[in-house]
Each structure stands twice: as structure tokens, then as C-alpha cells.
Design a protein around this ligand. Sequence first.
Ligand code: ZN
Length: 291
Amino acid sequence: MTAHESSSGSSKKLAADAAVSRSDRPKCVPVYFYEPGRHLFHAWIAMAHEPGTLARILNSLPVPAINLFHLTASDGSHDGLSIAHLYAEADAEMTPQELGALLRKIPGVTDARVEGGIDGLLIDTSYPLQITRGPQALILDRQQLVGMVDEVREKFGSGGAVLLYDQGLSLGRESWNEFLKLVGRKFAVQHLSYLGNWHSARGLGRMEVVEFNLERGGARIRVTDNFECVGHTTPTPYSQLLRGLIAGLLSALWESPVGCRETHCVAVGEAYCEFEVERVASEPVNEILPG
Ligand SMILES: [Zn+2]
């Protein structure tokens, strides 16, 4: 895409680009595992950030005594070391100490600790959590967040909706400024569809840019599985937090206030939520309030 394209042909290309480059397989972020009666282990391994180290570790695990069922590994941003987390089931004879000793002998491993679960319950004790190399993260069950957002709207009505929109707006501005610092504005404009994944990677919904015009200051953003609207039935479009977030993203990109309208919504029975965003000359009135 170029910054000036907004014809229906380029819109189709934008949507196609977004679809081709994305994975529709779920990703599991380990918090706990529960297999009653099984011996579950969590191994934390610091290792040289060199090709082949992780493969060597995996090849060294004694099979079938150890059955690896989950794995994460970070890049080399921890004092030049990578950190791997292995989650495994072990047979009754294997102790955490034995597995730790085995891992520490592997070339390239600088340290390894292993902890066992309790009666088949293994809770991940790692802390703090981090998003890639960047900011500290916290994980919420999506339904918990939905419950919190719904409660704000139920208790405070239209005032709650305005509050959520404003929170989304500042979240969108902050996260986009963070992204602009990382890759620069030119890259962001050229790869806007791909950057929709910046938010879907956090589980907010699947975001794609279906239309974008840099010069005119207009965009159409489609969100499928919008966490805020799925599961609701309302007579008018329902999104406030995500609507604000999208407005915040584009206001940071255009360095201007924007108006953002939700024109399609799953809460009114449509297949996706869609937002039309327009750059405006002055701070817009937040005109869409819940019915
Ligand atoms: Zn919606």
C-alpha cells in the first residue's frame, strides 16, 4: 500500500495483505496446568543466545521419561542470555533436582532450575512478565476484562461510555507513539494493515485496515471478534473502549484530533465491527453514546 491509496482495488489489497500474513491458530500463554495425579515440572533455563542451543536442550531430554508439553523461549535480551521455559510431564522416578542437574550439563546452558507441581497442579511462578523486549505485562482472562468494562457501563451509563472512550483514546495514543518510536512514521504508514496485528497480538480482537487515505485523513478499520461487543445484543453499535483506541491510534498517526464512528457492530447482529475514522480540525464531540 502507498499512503495515498484508497480506491476499492487497494482496499481489497489491504484486506488481503492483512489476511495472508496472519495466523489463525491460537497461542497459549502458560499460567497454570492441571493434570491430577501427574508429575508436572517447570524448567527455567538461562542459555547462550546462539543458534543450536535450544535444539541441543530439546534433544537432551530423556524420552519417554520426560514428555515436554509446552515451551517458550525469549531472545537474547537478558544480559546476552536467552531464557527458556519448559513445561513437562515426568515419570514417577524423575525428580526436579535430577532434571535440573541434567539440564545444567548441556553445553550453552548457564543456569537451570526446575520446580515440580503439587498433586498435578503446576502454577507458573515466573515474575515479572514482559511483552517481548518491552514493557511489563499483565494477563487477564478476557471475560474478566469484559465484566469490568460492562460494569462501568451498567453503573455509570452514558458517563461510563464516555470514560471508556477516553481511556481507549489515551491507550491508543500511547501504544501508537510507542510503535512510532520503534519503527518510525514512514514504516507505520506503509504497513498499516500489518500493524493491526499489534493489537490482535494482545487479544483485543482481529483488527484490519480496509481503507486508508493519509492525505484526506480518512480510514475504515474492521475488527472481528471485538472483545467489547461479542456476546452483547444492543439496538445501536456498542463499542466505546476499542472505538476510542482506534481514534487514539489514528490521531497519533495524523497528529490531529479525529472523529470515529462505529458503522457496523456484532452487537446489532452483524458479522464484525467496523469503524470510520475522519481527521477533524478541532477536538471532536464524543457523539456516540449508548442507547
Ligand atoms: Zn461493535
